[in-house]
Design a protein around this ligand. Sequence first.
Ligand code: PBG
Length: 318
Amino acid sequence: MLRRLRLTNSIRDLVSEVNLKPSNFIAPFFVIEGNNIVQEIKSFPGVFRYTIDKLLLEIKEILSKGIKSVLLFGVIDEKFKDDLGSYALSEDNVVCRAIREIKNSFDDIVVAADVCVCNYTSHGHCGIVVNGKVDNTKTIEVLGKIALNYAKAGADIVTPSAMADFQVMQIRKVLDENGFNDKIIMSYSAKYASSFYGPFRDIANSSPKFGDRKTYQLDFRNIKQALSEVEKDIQEGADIIMIKPALSYLDVIREVKNRYNVPIAAYNVSGEYAMVKISAKEGIIDEKSVAIEILTSIKRAGADIIISYWAKEIAELL
Ligand code: PBG
């Protein structure tokens, strides 16, 4: 009789295979210039833009709930953008300042920062555009510089998300040359051209102004290219491999888990989160139990780390 293992709550807990743990979560945050501002975005309920002072308060909260890691994205006004994403290269931009202040304020916190230019370029693409196309060589050069700035500011993890070839190799080289060989690279190795990024692009103000990202992000019909990307990134020196989005790509997570021995992070992206949030608001589903089911399925598929906008709420529940 198979049902005897499901008879009581305690028996079910006893035999449970996969359990969520707050310390395996990374909470993403959007940082803006200014003071004393928490901005709400209509298309992204439950997620906010914070100025650094407000961000520190929010981080204090999540730390008290057992979340130990954060991932930072900078968000800037259109008027500070240019074709080269120059803002991203400043050692004193809002992300670098946030990293410094977070590291000064909290012991033993893990700070990761997104290495990309789409939030900072006037065209909204993830690299340097030449003749209407993202130029790989110019792009990775810029990514290397951004990663170095984050390392200098005190980030523990740099997180290249531009889907440029050799981005990990370039970043590893620049970090090593500058004495930062202890910095972790968490690479968005298998990042798909997905329609689940909508709310993120609204909050990060990062939609491409022409075309789409299909010339660099992966085609969702394919898994083999994802595995090649992962293999390349491991060879180039990535410490943690990321798969993104998570929910429509559980097969990719599982396949990477079966083949490689590196920690796997899965990014449960904005659209995946917002669908649940909005359905729950309409009374169609129960947000908390659906969130736990989704996040557990991501872990069961093989993710060691989950990047999730639910990090704080889940930690409260667990
Ligand atoms: C881009 C980037 C994106 C996300 C994180 N970094 C989206 C994109 O390609 O436009 C999406 C995350 C989310 O949807 O939660 N560098």
